[in-house]
Ligand binder design. Structure first.
Ligand code: GLA
Length: 351
């Protein structure tokens, strides 16, 4: 019986949050943490899944063609095998052991990493010939599909498949074009998980996306990116609250991605820090995806003398923050922050 292994990393997004589904700009860095899937062929149509992650149930099984959701993490794999069948891709039963050193639900792209790792393992096991683009599109379709139901953009899948741990990847979602942005040698980021998860994160996320679509309809554009070049005030004065604030976040966040790229290229870390701070304020006040815990964690980080800027990372509604420091300072700063915050934990120092 054949065996195959698939791995996919998580990500931090340096800046460019909630812009991906608005055809905007993002700047992720791949983490050196991720999901590994060891799959083995079976001679029947049974799927048997196990995981070392701290999620219940520890084991899940079902038959190919009988993907009935049970609201557990197993639905993410059910979503994959169902999506393959919908596309006329036939596979048999398999076992899969899923190991992860990436915290789940922490805003670090764990969901996309799981999907890409499973697809890589199955692609190999059943000779499905997936290219990188197939991995991105299939993983995203599963996220958006009935088994997961988060109307996520492509940031996490693109970052997992194309991202690098030692550079930023500027992605323009309008055409998926990418540019590697080297990180200044004295840059370091602490990734700190607040440990909090919001029960309504998915519905909150989907609502934000619907608000952007509603604003676009009202303004007569297919995507908020089409508003670029126009004066922000004259755009948002045509919108009722909260749509005006949502659009202001998206437009200013795209601009912050551009400015961050320029600041990285100039080696201007204080400027990068200021842009991270502004991004957090915009996510908090205009986009309203922060939480009291994330705000407090960012404030504690921001009061550390070594931290040049900090913000929530990922979709928000709980999860993690990033804090920018000079090289060699992130670890100590993160320990001080976690101590003072009295919770949370350091997940990674990047790069
Ligand atoms: C989640 C989604 C991404 C992106 C971010 C916010 O991670 O999966 O598509 O929208 O939130 O930037």
């Amino acid at each position: 019986m054949r065996e195959a292994t698939g791995y996919a990393p998580g990500r931090v997004n340096l800046i460019g949050e909630h812009t991906d589904y608005n055809d905007g700009l993002v700047l992720p860095i791949a983490l050196e943490l991720g999901v590994t899937v060891r799959a083995g062929e079976r001679d029947d149509d049974l799927v048997r899944l196990g995981t070392d992650a701290d999620v219940g149930p520890g084991a899940v099984s079902y038959r190919i063609g009988h993907e009935t959701p049970d609201r557990s993490w197993g639905d993410r794999v059910r979503g994959i095998t169902a999506a393959l069948r919908d596309r006329g891709i036939a596979i048999g039963g398999f076992t899969a052991e899923i190991a992860s050193d990436l915290p789940a639900g922490a805003g670090l792209g764990s969901s996309a990493a799981l999907a890409v790792a499973v697809l890589r393992a199955l692609g190999d096991l059943f000779d499905l010939g997936f290219g990188d683009r197939d991995l991105v599109d299939l993983a995203n379709a599963v996220e958006n599909g009935p088994f997961v139901g988060a109307r996520a953009g492509l940031l996490d899948q693109l970052a997992s498949v194309y991202g690098r741990p030692d550079a930023g990847l500027r992605i323009d979602l309008r055409d998926r074009s990418t540019v590697m942005i080297p990180l200044p040698s004295d840059l370091e980021l602490a990734v700190i998980d607040s440990g909090t998860r919001h029960a309504h994160a998915t519905s909150g996320y989907n609502r934000r996306r619907a608000e952007c679509e509603e604003a676009g309809r009202h303004l007569g554009v297919a995507s908020l990116r089409d508003l670029e070049g126009r004066e922000i005030f004259s755009i948002i004065e045509r919108l009722v609250p909260p749509l005006d604030r949502r659009v202001r976040h998206v437009l200013t966040e795209n601009e912050r991605v551009r400015e961050t790229v320029a600041a990285l290229q100039a080696g201007d870390l204080p400027r990068v820090g200021t842009l991270l701070d502004e991004s957090h304020r915009s996510l908090r006040d205009d986009y309203e995806v922060s939480t009291a815990e994330l705000d407090r964690l960012v404030a504690v980080a921001r009061s550390d003398p070594e931290v040049l800027g900090a913000r929530l990372v990922g979709g928000g509604f709980g999860g993690s923050i990033i804090a920018l420091t000079r090289r060699g300072r992130a670890l100590q700063a993160a320990h001080r922050v976690v101590n003072e915050y009295r919770g949370g934990r350091l997940v990674a120092v990047v790069p």
